[in-house]
Design a protein around this ligand. Structure first.
Ligand SMILES: Nc1nc2c(ncn2[C@@H]2O[C@H](COP(=O)(O)OP(=O)(O)OP(=O)(O)O)[C@@H](O)[C@H]2O)c(=O)[nH]1
Ligand SMILES: [Zn+2]
Length: 212
């Protein structure tokens, strides 16, 4: 089953479970909404420089929010078991991402660091970076995204421990509102060994910071 079909059938399952299904508007409806926002901002949607903007924005939305079409389980489905018994920490650090906060639909961006202690196998390193994007390319809070990444790794690998650390700057805090540029928010999820053994948690932090 490809990712799109799987994501859609997941939504049908959600519907069966009584959750609300959101109707997706057409491209034309989305473009009309962008025209309205341009006018709301105070500009003329018919001026030359803006005529094609609704079309561009609608297209950009399909990319910026492409995570709704993707399924983390599919991304992490291939597990490599033959790693000669390797069981120490695997850390992929400094995975850059861009997301949008669900409160203001304004970007937040930063880095994710994901570590786990393998039990039954490992996943391709790029897949961990892909999983970050599956969740980043949705309307998010940083806390939710951190937990979702940890849950996806747990489901795929049942490792002996998972650590996810995300550090990000929220544009809704720098460009508007409180207007504090440069502050960053750090969120963490620790499970298993990382939660139970302070020395392993400390080693995770040290390795995340190594070479900086
Ligand atoms: N916990 C959490 N809060 C976030 C995140 N992204 C944005 N926010 C916050 O969401 C809050 C929304 O607060 P509200 O009072 O409902 O909205 P607001 O009047 O626009 O708030 P201000 O940003 O303070 O102007 C703000 O404090 C944001 O900083 C996130 O990922 N996690
Ligand atoms: Zn915000």
């Amino acid at each position: 089953m490809d990712a799109v079909v799987k994501a859609l059938s997941a939504r049908v399952d959600a519907h069966d479970a009584g959750e609300k299904i959101v109707h997706r508007p057409t491209r034309e409806e989305a473009e009309a909404a962008v025209r309205t926002l341009i006018a709301y901002a105070g500009d003329d949607p018919d001026r030359e420089g803006l005529v094609e903007t609704p079309k561009r924005v609608a297209k950009a939305y399909r990319e910026l929010f492409g995570g709704y079409e993707e399924d983390a389980g599919t991304v992490l489905a291939k597990v490599f078991e033959d790693v000669e018994g390797y069981g120490d920490m695997v850390l992929v650090r400094d995975i850059p991402f861009h997301s949008h906060c669900e409160h203001h639909m304004v970007p937040f961006h930063g880095s994710a660091h994901i570590a786990y202690f393998p039990s039954k196998g490992v996943v391709g390193l790029s897949k961990l970076a892909r999983v970050v994007d599956v969740f980043a390319r949705r309307l998010q809070t940083q806390e939710t995204m951190t937990q979702q990444i940890a849950d996806a790794v747990e489901d795929a690998l049942q490792p002996r421990g998972i650590a996810v650390l995300i550090e990000a700057e929220h544009m809704c805090m720098s460009m508007r509102g409180v207007r504090k540029s440069g502050s960053s928010t750090v969120t963490t999820v620790f499970t298993g060994i990382f939660r139970e053994e302070p020395a392993e948690q400390a080693r995770f932090f040290t390795q995340v910071r190594l070479g900086k």
